[in-house]
Ligand binder design. Sequence first.
Ligand code: FAD
Length: 412
Amino acid sequence: PVPQQVEILIIGAGPAGAVAAALLRQQGRQVLVLERELFPRFSIGESLLPQSMAYLEQAGMLQAVVQAGFQFKNGAAFMRDGCYTDFDFRDKHSAGWGTTYQVQRADFDQVLAKEAERFGAEVRYRHEVLAVELARPQGGSRVTVRDADGASYQVDAGFILDASGFGRVLPRLLKLETPSNFPVRGAIFTHVEDGIRGAGFDRNKIRVTVHPKHCDVWFWTIPFAGGRCSLGVVAETSFLEQYPGTPTERLQAIVGEEPSLLALLAEAKWDTPARQIVGYSANVEKLWGPGYALLGNAGEFLDPVFSSGVTIAFKSASLAAAALQRQFAGETVDWQADFGAPLRKGVDTFRTFVESWYAGGFQRIIFHPNQQPEVKRMISAILAGYAWDQSNPFVKETPRRLAALEALCTPA
Ligand code: FAD
Protein backbone atom coordinates (compact mmCIF):
# COMPACT_ATOMS: atom_id res chain seq x y z
CA PRO A 1 0.00 0.00 0.00
CA VAL A 2 1.01 3.63 -0.57
CA PRO A 3 2.49 5.21 2.60
CA GLN A 4 0.25 7.68 4.38
CA GLN A 5 1.42 11.31 4.38
CA VAL A 6 1.56 13.64 7.35
CA GLU A 7 3.21 16.99 8.06
CA ILE A 8 4.33 16.17 11.59
CA LEU A 9 4.56 12.76 13.17
CA ILE A 10 4.91 12.51 16.95
CA ILE A 11 6.09 9.28 18.56
CA GLY A 12 4.39 8.89 21.98
CA ALA A 13 1.33 10.54 23.55
CA GLY A 14 2.85 11.28 26.98
CA PRO A 15 3.12 14.87 28.27
CA ALA A 16 5.77 15.93 25.73
CA GLY A 17 3.90 14.46 22.75
CA ALA A 18 0.47 15.72 23.77
CA VAL A 19 1.60 19.30 24.43
CA ALA A 20 3.62 19.41 21.21
CA ALA A 21 0.62 18.08 19.27
CA ALA A 22 -1.73 20.72 20.71
CA LEU A 23 0.69 23.58 20.03
CA LEU A 24 1.28 22.45 16.45
CA ARG A 25 -2.44 22.04 15.79
CA GLN A 26 -2.92 25.60 16.97
CA GLN A 27 -0.50 26.63 14.22
CA GLY A 28 -2.67 24.74 11.73
CA ARG A 29 -0.26 21.88 11.17
CA GLN A 30 -1.41 18.36 10.40
CA VAL A 31 -0.35 16.15 13.32
CA LEU A 32 -0.37 12.38 13.77
CA VAL A 33 0.55 10.92 17.18
CA LEU A 34 1.45 7.23 17.37
CA GLU A 35 1.23 5.74 20.85
CA ARG A 36 2.30 2.18 21.66
CA GLU A 37 -0.01 1.72 24.66
CA LEU A 38 -3.74 2.01 25.20
CA PHE A 39 -4.58 4.93 27.53
CA PRO A 40 -5.09 5.18 30.45
CA ARG A 41 -1.74 3.54 31.21
CA PHE A 42 0.52 3.78 34.26
CA SER A 43 3.51 6.12 34.18
CA ILE A 44 5.85 7.39 36.87
CA GLY A 45 6.46 11.14 37.36
CA GLU A 46 3.58 12.36 39.48
CA SER A 47 4.63 15.60 41.15
CA LEU A 48 4.50 18.57 38.81
CA LEU A 49 6.35 21.88 39.15
CA PRO A 50 4.57 25.26 38.92
CA GLN A 51 6.60 26.20 35.84
CA SER A 52 4.75 23.44 33.97
CA MET A 53 1.48 25.38 34.36
CA ALA A 54 2.73 28.03 31.92
CA TYR A 55 3.08 25.38 29.21
CA LEU A 56 -0.32 23.83 29.94
CA GLU A 57 -1.73 27.34 29.61
CA GLN A 58 0.14 27.95 26.36
CA ALA A 59 -1.16 24.64 24.97
CA GLY A 60 -4.75 25.52 25.90
CA MET A 61 -4.98 22.59 28.34
CA LEU A 62 -5.08 24.37 31.67
CA GLN A 63 -8.84 24.33 32.16
CA ALA A 64 -9.04 20.59 31.51
CA VAL A 65 -6.25 19.93 34.01
CA VAL A 66 -7.77 22.19 36.68
CA GLN A 67 -11.18 20.55 36.24
CA ALA A 68 -9.77 17.05 36.55
CA GLY A 69 -9.55 17.56 40.34
CA PHE A 70 -5.96 16.59 41.04
CA GLN A 71 -4.25 17.21 44.38
CA PHE A 72 -3.18 20.87 44.80
CA LYS A 73 0.56 21.39 45.32
CA ASN A 74 2.31 24.51 46.60
CA GLY A 75 5.79 23.35 47.51
CA ALA A 76 8.33 20.75 48.55
CA ALA A 77 9.24 19.53 52.02
CA PHE A 78 12.43 17.77 53.07
CA MET A 79 13.04 15.60 56.11
CA ARG A 80 16.35 14.26 57.48
CA ASP A 81 16.94 12.68 60.89
CA GLY A 82 13.78 14.25 62.27
CA CYS A 83 14.68 17.72 60.88
CA TYR A 84 12.01 19.25 58.65
CA THR A 85 12.36 22.10 56.16
CA ASP A 86 10.09 23.23 53.37
CA PHE A 87 9.75 25.58 50.42
CA ASP A 88 6.53 27.35 49.54
CA PHE A 89 6.71 27.85 45.78
CA ARG A 90 4.47 30.92 45.96
CA ASP A 91 7.36 32.62 47.74
CA LYS A 92 10.00 32.60 45.03
CA HIS A 93 12.34 34.83 43.04
CA SER A 94 10.85 34.25 39.56
CA ALA A 95 7.52 35.56 38.32
CA GLY A 96 4.82 33.07 37.33
CA TRP A 97 2.76 30.25 38.78
CA GLY A 98 3.60 29.20 42.34
CA THR A 99 1.20 26.27 42.58
CA THR A 100 0.46 23.15 40.60
CA TYR A 101 -0.74 19.55 41.09
CA GLN A 102 0.26 16.05 42.11
CA VAL A 103 -1.26 13.68 39.60
CA GLN A 104 -1.86 10.03 38.92
CA ARG A 105 -0.22 9.94 35.53
CA ALA A 106 -2.67 7.43 34.06
CA ASP A 107 -5.39 10.09 34.44
CA PHE A 108 -3.24 13.15 33.78
CA ASP A 109 -1.72 11.82 30.55
CA GLN A 110 -5.16 10.81 29.32
CA VAL A 111 -6.50 14.32 29.95
CA LEU A 112 -3.62 15.82 27.95
CA ALA A 113 -3.97 13.34 25.08
CA LYS A 114 -7.71 14.01 24.87
CA GLU A 115 -6.98 17.72 24.78
CA ALA A 116 -4.56 17.17 21.89
CA GLU A 117 -7.36 15.34 20.08
CA ARG A 118 -9.79 18.16 20.87
CA PHE A 119 -7.40 20.50 19.03
CA GLY A 120 -7.52 18.17 16.03
CA ALA A 121 -4.49 15.93 16.41
CA GLU A 122 -5.04 12.32 15.39
CA VAL A 123 -3.88 9.96 18.14
CA ARG A 124 -3.59 6.26 17.27
CA TYR A 125 -3.30 4.05 20.35
CA ARG A 126 -1.55 0.69 20.27
CA HIS A 127 0.38 1.78 17.22
CA GLU A 128 4.08 1.22 17.79
CA VAL A 129 6.86 2.84 15.79
CA LEU A 130 9.30 0.12 14.76
CA ALA A 131 11.70 1.76 12.30
CA VAL A 132 12.54 5.15 10.91
CA GLU A 133 14.27 6.10 7.69
CA LEU A 134 15.27 9.74 8.24
CA ALA A 135 15.78 12.57 5.76
CA ARG A 136 15.28 10.53 2.60
CA PRO A 137 16.73 11.95 -0.66
CA GLN A 138 13.20 12.45 -1.98
CA GLY A 139 12.38 14.49 1.17
CA GLY A 140 10.79 13.74 4.51
CA SER A 141 11.20 10.62 6.62
CA ARG A 142 9.49 7.22 6.42
CA VAL A 143 8.26 5.52 9.56
CA THR A 144 7.26 1.87 9.88
CA VAL A 145 4.44 1.24 12.33
CA ARG A 146 2.80 -1.88 13.81
CA ASP A 147 -0.89 -1.43 14.54
CA ALA A 148 -3.08 -2.99 17.26
CA ASP A 149 -3.74 -6.06 15.08
CA GLY A 150 -0.05 -6.64 14.44
CA ALA A 151 -0.17 -5.39 10.84
CA SER A 152 2.56 -3.06 9.57
CA TYR A 153 2.16 0.11 7.56
CA GLN A 154 4.23 3.13 6.64
CA VAL A 155 3.86 6.86 7.11
CA ASP A 156 5.85 9.59 5.35
CA ALA A 157 6.36 12.58 7.62
CA GLY A 158 7.73 16.06 6.96
CA PHE A 159 9.15 16.20 10.47
CA ILE A 160 9.37 13.77 13.39
CA LEU A 161 9.16 14.66 17.07
CA ASP A 162 10.32 11.75 19.19
CA ALA A 163 8.37 11.96 22.45
CA SER A 164 8.67 8.23 23.21
CA GLY A 165 9.98 8.71 26.77
CA PHE A 166 12.04 5.79 28.06
CA GLY A 167 11.13 4.05 24.76
CA ARG A 168 13.83 6.38 23.31
CA VAL A 169 12.99 5.33 19.76
CA LEU A 170 15.28 7.63 17.77
CA PRO A 171 18.24 7.66 20.20
CA ARG A 172 18.27 3.86 19.96
CA LEU A 173 17.76 3.63 16.21
CA LEU A 174 20.28 6.41 15.48
CA LYS A 175 22.70 5.32 18.22
CA LEU A 176 22.64 8.77 19.81
CA GLU A 177 22.79 7.50 23.39
CA THR A 178 25.81 8.42 25.47
CA PRO A 179 26.43 7.17 29.00
CA SER A 180 25.07 9.29 31.84
CA ASN A 181 27.74 10.41 34.30
CA PHE A 182 25.47 9.64 37.25
CA PRO A 183 25.94 6.29 39.00
CA VAL A 184 23.26 3.77 38.05
CA ARG A 185 20.32 4.37 40.35
CA GLY A 186 16.92 2.78 40.51
CA ALA A 187 13.59 3.33 42.19
CA ILE A 188 11.05 1.02 43.84
CA PHE A 189 7.62 2.58 44.19
CA THR A 190 3.92 2.01 44.71
CA HIS A 191 0.62 3.71 45.48
CA VAL A 192 -0.91 3.24 48.94
CA GLU A 193 -4.15 4.13 50.71
CA ASP A 194 -2.04 6.24 53.04
CA GLY A 195 -4.24 6.53 56.16
CA ILE A 196 -2.23 9.61 57.21
CA ARG A 197 -4.18 11.61 59.79
CA GLY A 198 -3.39 14.75 61.74
CA ALA A 199 -2.06 18.16 60.85
CA GLY A 200 1.61 17.13 60.85
CA PHE A 201 1.63 16.13 57.20
CA ASP A 202 1.22 18.78 54.50
CA ARG A 203 -0.66 17.13 51.64
CA ASN A 204 0.05 20.16 49.44
CA LYS A 205 3.74 19.34 49.24
CA ILE A 206 5.85 16.50 47.98
CA ARG A 207 7.93 15.19 50.87
CA VAL A 208 11.47 14.02 50.25
CA THR A 209 12.92 12.05 53.17
CA VAL A 210 16.63 11.29 53.36
CA HIS A 211 17.66 7.82 54.59
CA PRO A 212 19.12 8.17 58.10
CA LYS A 213 22.36 6.35 57.24
CA HIS A 214 22.88 7.11 53.54
CA CYS A 215 22.53 10.70 52.31
CA ASP A 216 22.25 9.51 48.69
CA VAL A 217 19.22 7.30 49.41
CA TRP A 218 15.89 9.09 49.61
CA PHE A 219 12.15 8.47 49.65
CA TRP A 220 9.32 10.38 48.03
CA THR A 221 5.80 10.68 49.38
CA ILE A 222 3.49 12.40 46.91
CA PRO A 223 -0.04 12.76 48.26
CA PHE A 224 -2.90 12.46 45.78
CA ALA A 225 -6.48 13.63 46.12
CA GLY A 226 -8.69 11.07 47.87
CA GLY A 227 -6.35 9.82 50.61
CA ARG A 228 -3.87 8.02 48.42
CA CYS A 229 -0.17 8.57 48.17
CA SER A 230 2.66 7.67 45.85
CA LEU A 231 5.61 6.27 47.76
CA GLY A 232 9.04 5.42 46.41
CA VAL A 233 12.69 4.99 47.27
CA VAL A 234 15.64 5.97 45.07
CA ALA A 235 19.13 4.55 45.55
CA GLU A 236 22.07 3.12 43.67
CA THR A 237 21.15 -0.28 42.28
CA SER A 238 23.86 -1.93 44.42
CA PHE A 239 21.98 -0.66 47.51
CA LEU A 240 18.58 -1.83 46.29
CA GLU A 241 19.95 -5.27 45.39
CA GLN A 242 20.73 -6.01 49.05
CA TYR A 243 17.03 -6.40 49.79
CA PRO A 244 15.45 -9.76 48.94
CA GLY A 245 11.84 -10.52 48.10
CA THR A 246 9.14 -8.98 45.98
CA PRO A 247 9.39 -5.25 45.11
CA THR A 248 6.72 -4.58 47.78
CA GLU A 249 8.67 -6.49 50.46
CA ARG A 250 11.88 -4.69 49.50
CA LEU A 251 10.23 -1.26 49.61
CA GLN A 252 8.66 -2.07 52.99
CA ALA A 253 12.03 -3.18 54.35
CA ILE A 254 13.76 0.05 53.27
CA VAL A 255 10.89 2.24 54.52
CA GLY A 256 11.25 0.39 57.83
CA GLU A 257 14.73 1.90 58.26
CA GLU A 258 13.40 5.49 58.40
CA PRO A 259 11.51 6.12 61.65
CA SER A 260 9.54 9.22 60.54
CA LEU A 261 8.29 7.49 57.40
CA LEU A 262 7.45 4.32 59.27
CA ALA A 263 5.36 6.37 61.72
CA LEU A 264 3.74 8.40 58.93
CA LEU A 265 2.66 5.26 57.08
CA ALA A 266 1.69 3.22 60.15
CA GLU A 267 -1.95 2.98 59.00
CA ALA A 268 -1.21 2.66 55.28
CA LYS A 269 -2.87 -0.07 53.20
CA TRP A 270 -0.39 -1.47 50.74
CA ASP A 271 -2.95 -2.42 48.13
CA THR A 272 -0.87 -2.10 44.94
CA PRO A 273 2.14 -4.28 44.04
CA ALA A 274 5.30 -2.15 43.95
CA ARG A 275 7.29 -1.76 40.75
CA GLN A 276 10.95 -1.19 40.08
CA ILE A 277 12.72 0.87 37.46
CA VAL A 278 16.51 1.00 37.16
CA GLY A 279 19.06 2.86 35.08
CA TYR A 280 16.71 5.56 33.87
CA SER A 281 19.29 8.36 33.56
CA ALA A 282 20.27 8.94 29.96
CA ASN A 283 22.19 11.40 27.84
CA VAL A 284 22.23 11.90 24.09
CA GLU A 285 24.85 13.20 21.69
CA LYS A 286 22.42 15.71 20.24
CA LEU A 287 18.79 16.66 20.72
CA TRP A 288 17.97 17.24 17.05
CA GLY A 289 19.11 16.40 13.54
CA PRO A 290 17.85 16.66 9.97
CA GLY A 291 14.08 16.20 10.10
CA TYR A 292 13.76 15.34 13.79
CA ALA A 293 13.96 16.61 17.37
CA LEU A 294 13.92 14.70 20.67
CA LEU A 295 11.42 15.79 23.31
CA GLY A 296 11.20 15.04 27.04
CA ASN A 297 12.66 11.77 28.20
CA ALA A 298 13.41 10.63 24.68
CA GLY A 299 16.22 13.19 24.94
CA GLU A 300 17.84 13.42 28.34
CA PHE A 301 16.68 12.28 31.74
CA LEU A 302 18.57 13.34 34.83
CA ASP A 303 17.08 12.16 38.07
CA PRO A 304 13.73 12.28 39.86
CA VAL A 305 14.83 14.17 43.01
CA PHE A 306 13.56 17.60 41.98
CA SER A 307 10.50 16.39 40.00
CA SER A 308 11.75 18.22 36.92
CA GLY A 309 10.91 15.60 34.26
CA VAL A 310 7.47 16.69 33.09
CA THR A 311 8.46 20.37 33.18
CA ILE A 312 11.46 19.65 30.94
CA ALA A 313 9.21 17.57 28.67
CA PHE A 314 6.81 20.52 28.29
CA LYS A 315 9.65 23.01 27.77
CA SER A 316 11.08 20.85 24.97
CA ALA A 317 7.66 20.64 23.31
CA SER A 318 7.20 24.39 23.50
CA LEU A 319 10.64 25.16 22.05
CA ALA A 320 10.22 22.61 19.23
CA ALA A 321 6.75 23.91 18.31
CA ALA A 322 8.07 27.49 18.10
CA ALA A 323 10.99 26.39 15.91
CA LEU A 324 8.68 24.38 13.64
CA GLN A 325 6.32 27.34 13.27
CA ARG A 326 9.19 29.38 11.82
CA GLN A 327 10.43 26.48 9.71
CA PHE A 328 6.99 25.94 8.15
CA ALA A 329 6.80 29.71 7.50
CA GLY A 330 9.87 29.30 5.29
CA GLU A 331 12.50 30.66 7.66
CA THR A 332 15.80 28.89 8.19
CA VAL A 333 15.85 27.59 11.73
CA ASP A 334 19.05 27.10 13.66
CA TRP A 335 17.91 24.11 15.74
CA GLN A 336 20.93 24.28 17.99
CA ALA A 337 20.46 27.97 18.84
CA ASP A 338 16.66 27.82 19.04
CA PHE A 339 16.07 24.36 20.52
CA GLY A 340 19.10 22.32 21.65
CA ALA A 341 21.04 25.04 23.50
CA PRO A 342 18.14 26.73 25.34
CA LEU A 343 16.70 23.36 26.40
CA ARG A 344 20.07 22.17 27.72
CA LYS A 345 20.54 25.42 29.66
CA GLY A 346 17.74 24.64 32.11
CA VAL A 347 18.56 20.93 32.16
CA ASP A 348 22.12 21.82 33.15
CA THR A 349 20.86 24.03 35.99
CA PHE A 350 18.88 21.07 37.34
CA ARG A 351 21.89 18.81 36.74
CA THR A 352 24.10 20.95 38.99
CA PHE A 353 21.44 20.85 41.72
CA VAL A 354 21.06 17.07 41.36
CA GLU A 355 24.83 16.55 41.64
CA SER A 356 24.91 18.75 44.74
CA TRP A 357 21.98 16.84 46.27
CA TYR A 358 23.75 13.48 46.01
CA ALA A 359 27.12 14.86 47.13
CA GLY A 360 25.36 16.23 50.22
CA GLY A 361 26.01 19.95 49.66
CA PHE A 362 22.45 20.88 48.74
CA GLN A 363 21.20 19.02 51.80
CA ARG A 364 23.53 21.10 53.99
CA ILE A 365 22.03 24.23 52.41
CA ILE A 366 18.38 23.39 52.91
CA PHE A 367 18.78 22.02 56.45
CA HIS A 368 21.00 24.91 57.54
CA PRO A 369 19.48 26.68 60.58
CA ASN A 370 20.07 30.20 59.23
CA GLN A 371 18.25 30.69 55.94
CA GLN A 372 18.61 34.00 54.13
CA PRO A 373 15.14 34.84 52.80
CA GLU A 374 16.39 36.30 49.50
CA VAL A 375 18.59 33.27 48.75
CA LYS A 376 15.81 30.92 49.81
CA ARG A 377 13.48 32.59 47.29
CA MET A 378 16.05 32.03 44.51
CA ILE A 379 16.32 28.35 45.38
CA SER A 380 12.55 28.09 45.73
CA ALA A 381 12.22 29.39 42.15
CA ILE A 382 14.48 26.64 40.81
CA LEU A 383 12.69 23.97 42.82
CA ALA A 384 9.46 25.38 41.31
CA GLY A 385 10.92 24.69 37.87
CA TYR A 386 12.05 28.18 36.83
CA ALA A 387 15.43 26.89 35.70
CA TRP A 388 15.46 29.07 32.58
CA ASP A 389 15.01 32.44 34.32
CA GLN A 390 18.28 34.28 33.74
CA SER A 391 17.35 36.94 36.31
CA ASN A 392 17.99 34.31 38.99
CA PRO A 393 21.72 34.27 39.90
CA PHE A 394 21.40 30.53 40.65
CA VAL A 395 20.32 30.01 37.04
CA LYS A 396 22.79 32.39 35.46
CA GLU A 397 25.84 31.02 37.28
CA THR A 398 24.61 27.77 38.78
CA PRO A 399 27.88 25.97 39.65
CA ARG A 400 29.63 29.04 41.08
CA ARG A 401 26.65 30.24 43.14
CA LEU A 402 25.80 26.82 44.48
CA ALA A 403 29.42 26.06 45.41
CA ALA A 404 29.68 29.40 47.25
CA LEU A 405 26.48 28.72 49.19
CA GLU A 406 27.57 25.15 50.01
CA ALA A 407 30.83 26.53 51.40
CA LEU A 408 28.90 29.01 53.58
CA CYS A 409 26.75 26.18 54.95
CA THR A 410 29.63 23.80 55.66
CA PRO A 411 31.02 23.82 59.20
CA ALA A 412 34.69 24.83 59.26
P1 FAD B 1 6.47 9.50 28.71
O1 FAD B 1 5.57 10.08 29.69
O2 FAD B 1 7.28 8.30 29.11
O3 FAD B 1 5.64 9.14 27.40
C1 FAD B 1 6.22 8.43 26.33
C2 FAD B 1 5.14 7.68 25.58
O4 FAD B 1 5.72 7.13 24.39
C3 FAD B 1 4.58 6.51 26.37
O5 FAD B 1 3.17 6.63 26.48
C4 FAD B 1 5.01 5.28 25.58
O6 FAD B 1 4.02 4.25 25.60
C5 FAD B 1 5.18 5.84 24.17
N1 FAD B 1 6.11 5.06 23.34
C6 FAD B 1 7.31 4.53 23.71
N2 FAD B 1 7.86 3.87 22.68
C7 FAD B 1 7.01 3.99 21.63
C8 FAD B 1 7.03 3.51 20.28
N3 FAD B 1 8.05 2.76 19.80
N4 FAD B 1 5.98 3.82 19.47
C9 FAD B 1 4.94 4.57 19.94
N5 FAD B 1 4.87 5.02 21.21
C10 FAD B 1 5.89 4.75 22.04
N6 FAD B 1 8.85 13.82 36.59
C11 FAD B 1 8.15 14.80 37.21
O7 FAD B 1 7.86 15.82 36.56
N7 FAD B 1 7.77 14.68 38.52
C12 FAD B 1 8.09 13.59 39.26
O8 FAD B 1 7.72 13.51 40.44
C13 FAD B 1 8.87 12.56 38.65
N8 FAD B 1 9.20 11.44 39.33
C14 FAD B 1 9.91 10.45 38.70
C15 FAD B 1 10.31 9.31 39.39
C16 FAD B 1 11.06 8.31 38.78
C17 FAD B 1 11.50 7.10 39.54
C18 FAD B 1 11.43 8.46 37.41
C19 FAD B 1 12.24 7.42 36.72
C20 FAD B 1 11.02 9.59 36.70
C21 FAD B 1 10.29 10.58 37.33
N9 FAD B 1 9.89 11.73 36.63
C22 FAD B 1 9.21 12.72 37.27
C23 FAD B 1 10.19 11.89 35.21
C24 FAD B 1 8.96 11.62 34.34
O9 FAD B 1 8.57 10.28 34.49
C25 FAD B 1 9.28 11.88 32.88
O10 FAD B 1 10.16 12.94 32.75
C26 FAD B 1 8.06 12.17 32.03
O11 FAD B 1 7.15 11.11 32.10
C27 FAD B 1 8.50 12.41 30.60
O12 FAD B 1 7.40 12.55 29.75
P2 FAD B 1 7.53 12.16 28.21
O13 FAD B 1 6.33 12.71 27.55
O14 FAD B 1 8.87 12.56 27.69
O15 FAD B 1 7.55 10.56 28.20
